[in-house]
Design a protein. Structure first.
Length: 306
């Protein structure tokens, strides 16, 4: 789902259709057209995406033999994925290289707090649920507040119930499904000291992700472009040893190359020096998931973001 632009600088989103069902040729033509219009593409999708659709993404990237497509698979719930994608669209208007922008998805994920209010947790399998909560799901009128990220948590909705929230100022986005509850606006948002509430349509994948259509999904996030830019710009950048673009973190999202082992000669460097890298084509791990294995390090003595 593509959320409305946060400000006038937010780059428009291109929503890919039903990847698992539409003809491969149509998908190829659509992404080829996007590549003709834009220097690089960052595809953000949920880990809950059907296997066939994810396989289609990798197939298209391989057939196009393009090192300009980054595939980022997120563990966030659907509304959180939509928020993360919009934050990247905001940052796309800044002076950040494509590798840094794509890598920023992992960094910004740490600052997204998302969950839902559910009428039942009997089919919830993405957040740990104990037997007591399962038993309460059968009691008529029961509702549960569930935090999926950053730390899973489950409470039974009530005046005193609260979920652990961010220790920084956020806005809250709320997407209502087939459930009536004022707990988020009346109790959770004040407890999190949110700056305000905004509403959005419920993503189509939410009912599947949460195991029920009777839910209200919510997400606490940083809306200010200047804050997002400052977070990304404060992280130490490095050059991917395989495709040669600037990145942050420990893995390039475009070619999936991790840093070489200490003492290993970087790709493209023989005894006569570097001759350059051609991109992600054939890069080891190019079709693997993108997991962060090393904490981000702050770059010292960097000029403040403008």
């Amino acid at each position: 789902m593509a959320l409305p632009a946060q400000d006038e600088r937010t780059v428009p989103a291109a929503v890919l259709g039903d990847l698992a069902r539409e003809p491969l040729e149509r998908t190829l033509d659509g992404i080829r057209t996007l590549l003709d219009q834009h220097p690089h593409l960052i595809v953000v999708y949920s880990r809950a995406l059907p296997t066939g659709a994810e396989r289609r993404l990798h197939t298209v990237r391989s057939l196009l033999e393009s090192d300009r497509i980054a595939l980022f698979r997120s563990d966030l719930p659907p509304l959180g994925v939509a928020v993360l994608a919009r934050q990247l669209r905001q940052l796309a208007s800044c002076d950040l290289g494509p590798g840094v922008l794509a890598s920023a998805a992992r960094l910004l994920t740490h600052y997204v707090h998302c969950g839902a209010v559910l009428n039942s947790v009997t089919r919830l399998d993405r957040v740990p649920v104990d037997l007591k909560a399962h038993a309460r799901s059968w009691v008529p009128g029961s509702q549960f507040g569930v935090l999926a990220h950053p730390q899973p948590q489950l409470v039974r909705v009530g005046p005193e119930a609260v979920l652990a929230g961010p220790d920084f100022a956020t806005w809250m986005l709320v997407a209502k499904g087939q459930l009536q509850s004022d707990w988020i606006g009346g109790h959770l948002a004040p407890a999190w000291r949110t700056l305000g509430l905004r509403e959005a349509a419920l993503p189509a994948e939410s009912a599947t992700w949460w195991g029920t259509g009777k839910l209200i999904e919510f997400c606490g996030y940083l809306p200010d472009l200047s804050v997002l830019y400052q977070l990304v710009a404060s992280v130490r950048q490095s050059v991917c040893h395989w495709c040669g673009i600037d990145v942050i973190g420990d893995r390039c999202v475009f070619c999936s190359a991790a840093p070489p082992d200490p003492g290993e000669r970087p790709h493209g460097q023989g005894e006569y020096g570097a001759y350059g890298a051609s991109g992600a084509r054939g890069a080891p791990g190019a079709h693997e998931g993108h997991e962060a294995h090393e904490p981000y390090r702050t770059q010292e003595n960097r000029a403040p973001a403008g």
